[in-house]
Write a protein that binds this ligand. Structure first.
Ligand SMILES: [Zn+2]
Length: 423
């Protein structure tokens, strides 16, 4: 990780600010600007943790932060230890330790035995820029804390980043949610990740959420979540264009808007709009490009040289074909609407389920607008599988939606995510 000091800016400054405030240090607002308050908080943290107290986040301080962000400690049981005492020492709960270490006998800890001890803070932060690296850390942390989750990859992006999936549940009723096809819409990734965390916390505590019986959902269903379909694009938006990007010169040319990538870039790293790259009336989407002002690779709405030209869409179609999804939801922003239709193809329960989702979210259920009518993931799913597929447009405002909308959006959408597998 890059060294951070007074004057540094960006998503990783936000990350350490959010972390410091969570563990009781006051870095000032989580704004991505490393100022004097952040320096002071870092210095105090360093002093408390036996690090050189210089207020600069260099390799040693990063290591210390990363071990907290990992979400757990590996602990070797010593004479006299009890789970209760270990939990107290780590500000966590006995149940959290039991969950992370299935099969241990709490009344018969073995000296020298290794335990995973989760820290008492959530791993998915919801007040920061959610880069690929942060998501990856969070996935590893959730997997360690909640071994009943299954995690894996469905492929890799143009730049070789993993396209992760997380599976909740082990039942036969399969559904799938995905986020961040569009780079500017990255907030959909932490929405899905937070759902995974909240489900896992409540499930391991044998609690319900909104009256839903999580054990019943877990046993009857499998929810496959791909939180970030377009990690290269998300990082371009959040981290800016790096000199070592292999498409550096092309990207500068492709972004002919005169505005920064952080405000305009919705495509993958080759300038292809992934949600116009699926083989469902791809030619019609192509035919729209001229009137939408699209001439080639660029920030938005270029459907690529051919259907499924991109590794991200190839991975999504392959993954979808390998499963038996009863329905899928693709998460986008913005507009607070649910699109349920593709052309005139009707699928069993499509509008009825959309109406239930509409009630659960408070979002309007509408027909798909002309400029988004073809070659999207849900279009392809509806056409190929003749089962219901939905696009949820979360939140209101201008993309990228500010992270301050996170709580509202999450609250609006949690129930639909619980409903979908059992509807
Ligand atoms: Zn979108």
């Amino acid at each position: 990780m890059e060294t951070l000091r007074v004057g540094s800016t960006g998503p990783y400054v936000k990350l350490i600010q959010s972390l410091l405030s969570r563990i009781g240090y006051n870095p000032g607002p989580v704004d991505g600007v490393f100022g004097n308050m952040t320096r002071q908080a870092v210095a105090t943290y360093q002093r408390d943790n036996g690090l050189a107290s210089d207020g600069v986040v260099g390799p040693d301080t990063w290591d210390s932060f990363l071990s907290i962000l990992k979400g757990y400690d590996e602990y070797r049981v010593r004479p006299g230890d009890t789970l209760y005492n270990i939990a107290l020492r780590y500000y966590t709960t006995v149940n959290a330790i039991m969950t992370a270490n299935p099969g241990i006998d709490p009344n018969n800890l073995m000296i020298g035995q290794n335990l995973i001890v989760p820290y008492g803070i959530d791993v998915v932060f919801t007040d920061i820029d959610y880069t690929y690296t942060i998501m990856e850390m969070n996935i590893m942390a959730l997997q360690a804390r909640y071994p009943f989750l299954e995690t894996g990859t469905i492929g890799t992006s143009v730049l070789g980043k993993n396209l992760y999936y997380i599976r909740i549940g082990n039942g036969p009723r399969e559904v799938s949610y995905n986020g961040a096809h569009h780079s500017l819409e990255w907030i959909t990734a932490p929405i899905l990740m937070k759902f995974i965390e909240n489900f896992s916390i409540a499930y391991s505590n044998r609690q319900s959420i909104r009256g839903y019986n999580l054990k019943q959902i877990f046993d009857s269903s499998s929810i496959y979540i791909v939180p970030m379909v377009n990690p290269d694009g998300v990082d371009l938006v959040l981290e800016g264009l790096n000199r070592d990007n292999p498409y550096y010169n092309e990207l500068l040319k492709w972004n002919d808007t005169g505005r920064p990538f952080s405000q305009v870039w919705n495509a993958n790293i080759r300038g292809v709009d992934l949600n116009r790259n699926y083989p469902a009336s791809w030619e019609e989407a192509k035919a729209q490009e001229a009137e939408l002002g699209v001439t080639g690779p660029g920030p938005t709405r270029y459907g690529g040289p051919s259907p499924l030209s991109e590794p991200e869409t190839q991975a999504m179609t392959k993954f979808t074909r390998e499963h038996n999804f009863r329905l899928v939801i693709a998460y986008h922003t913005q507009g607070r609407v649910i699109y349920w239709k593709y052309k005139d193809i009707r699928t069993p329960g499509d509008l009825r389920i959309a109406t239930i989702f509409g009630r659960a979210t408070g979002y309007a259920v509408t027909d798909t607008p002309y400029a988004a009518s073809f070659a999207g993931y849900k279009d392809w799913f509806i056409e190929d599988f003749r089962r219901p597929g939905y696009t949820f447009e979360l939140g209101l405002g201008v993309n990228p939606l500010p992270i301050t909308q996170f709580n509202t959006i999450y609250r609006n959408n949690e129930e639909a995510m619980l409903l979908a597998p059992i509807i």
